[in-house]
Design a protein around this ligand. Sequence first.
Ligand code: HEC
Ligand code: HEC
Length: 192
Amino acid sequence: MKNSFHPLLAALLLATGLHAQAQQPPRLELCASCHGPQGNSQIPQFPSLAGQPRIFMENQLVLIREGLRDIPPMKGVLDGLDDAALIELAKYYAAQTPAPMPGAVDAARYQRGKELAATSLCGSCHLPDYKGRDQIPRLAGQHETFLREVMLEYRDKPGPGRDTVMTNALRGFSNAQLDDMAHFLAHFGKQP
Ligand code: HEC
Ligand code: HEC
């Protein structure tokens, strides 16, 4: 008996929930109401977070918390969370598996988007499989609507806190070309 836990003490420790709190990042249910279960968003305007590089998300979460990247629906959502909590959230979502994007693939748009992305060297930063790395986001399997809107924003009215590297990368693209790239990236790998 000397070195083992008393069963009552073990039960008490479990009941305090300390163990569960240490494993679960904060506010996951709130995040899931917009970003979906395990970070697979069910809302086309809201980005999926599953499989996003951890460093990209850590950076964005700090920018969003500090109000440097302005996301009206996320106002107040990160208030009171310290850096360690943001790192926990980023780690959790980076470890989730992205679900394949539902919906039909248009072969002509997929092909046009693929060629545009290839000739524009998007993969030199986002990687040839568009999974992203470090501070560069995953694009493969992201919602087409979100991708289109975020690219229009980078091209036409990049807000504060957004990297000018992307404004430069998208300069001169037509709306139709951005649409095709969004379609290709959302359905990446589902070669028609
Ligand atoms: C009320 C809805 C809502 C809630 C709740 C919410 N988000 Fe968001 N979040 C958004 C929207 C919308 C965007 C994208 C805004 C844009 O760029 O247009 C976003 C963007 C992000 C991004 C940047 C993703 C990217 O690809 O650019 C991260 C990271 C993020 N949210 C994490 C979280 C976390 C973690 C939580 C929970 C603590 C959370 N969000 C709660 C709506 C929400
Ligand atoms: C020089 C490196 C570089 C190149 C080239 C580049 N990107 Fe990016 N891209 C980035 C970085 C870094 C970010 C994150 C920007 C930020 O923090 O605002 C980003 C963000 C994005 C986002 C936002 C995704 C999200 O979840 O928030 C999209 C969409 C995107 N890039 C598409 C493209 C496309 C399409 C091309 C090719 C036409 C391209 N990028 C070329 C570095 C690059």
